[in-house]
Design a protein around this ligand. Structure first.
Ligand code: SAM
Length: 246
């Protein structure tokens, strides 16, 4: 099976209407682009009607991480976002089977959704195993981009976490290369990681690339805790993603 074929090969059906109404949001790209005021903010008040901390899994596929975190941390809300609907059907099925009240899934191209996230509204954002999109003409579709870091700086609460995991060295290198343009994001050391190494992190892709003997690369960033605190614990020259250090 090729790198990106797994979600497309899933055998899933749309959820029943009551389950979809509870767990699944579908925001057509052209509508959010032309009529953004018709959509609620991507925040706990906007999507869950409460004030719990919100964490977002960008490119969540079948929602393994979002479901695991929502079950393990009921004091927070979780939103899984994917551009593709089919894997979200599976994610919704799992969320409904587990009766998770603090979880929603949203189908949207995340590149169109960033501006719907209010400032300082996220406790954490996860981008794990994004598609590499190595061809030049695919660059604009990449999740790892200057726009991602700009929005993370703005959308993460003080002390909030951005977690990135990949098996693609060029993607982690690219993220670190872009980091100086987002001065409020500090590179955490492995000892500071919010989620220590555990099966919680091991999605289909994690298990797959690990079984093939590929290095798993992890980068975790923290948004500045105080206004104007632009301290960085690791300089870009010496900072590296932490190969195999999960
Ligand atoms: C390789 S899967 C990784 C799934 C999951 N994060 C994991 O760790 O197992 C990448 C996912 O990102 C989604 N994706 C790609 N570009 C996206 C975008 N612009 N917005 C939202 N999701 C996107 C794909 O549809 C796919 O499901």
């Amino acid at each position: 099976m090729g790198r990106g074929r797994y979600p497309a090969r899933l055998e899933v059906s749309p959820p029943p209407p009551d389950v979809a109404a509870r767990y699944l949001l579908i925001w057509p790209g052209h509508e959010i682009y032309t009529r953004p005021e018709d959509f609620p903010p991507i925040s706990s008040p906007g999507l869950f009607g409460d004030d719990r901390p919100l964490e977002i899994d960008i490119g969540c596929a079948t929602g393994e991480l979002a479901c695991a975190l929502a079950a393990a941390r009921p004091e927070a809300n979780y939103l899984g976002v994917d551009i593709s609907l089919k894997p979200l059907y599976r994610a919704v099925e799992v969320a409904a089977d587990r009766g998770l009240p603090n979880l929603r899934f949203l189908q949207i191209d995340m590149l169109l959704a960033y501006r719907h996230i209010p400032a300082r509204s996220l406790r954490a954002a996860y981008v794990h195993f994004p598609a590499p999109l190595l061809r030049n003409r695919q660059r604009k579709q990449r999740l790892i981009s200057p726009a991602l870091l700009t929005h993370m700086q703005r959308a993460l609460a003080p002390g909030g976490t951005f977690s990135f995991i990949t098996d693609q060295e060029d993607l982690s290198t690219e993220l670190l290369r872009l980091l100086p343009a987002a001065p409020s994001l500090r590179l955490r050391t492995p000892a500071e990681y919010e989620i220590a190494f555990s099966d919680l992190l091991k999605s289909h892709y994690y298990r797959r690339w690990e079984a093939k003997g590929r290095s798993i690369l992890r980068v975790e960033l923290e948004n500045a805790r105080a206004e104007g605190n632009h301290n960085r614990s690791v300089s870009h020259e010496t900072g590296s993603c932490n190969e195999g250090a999960v």
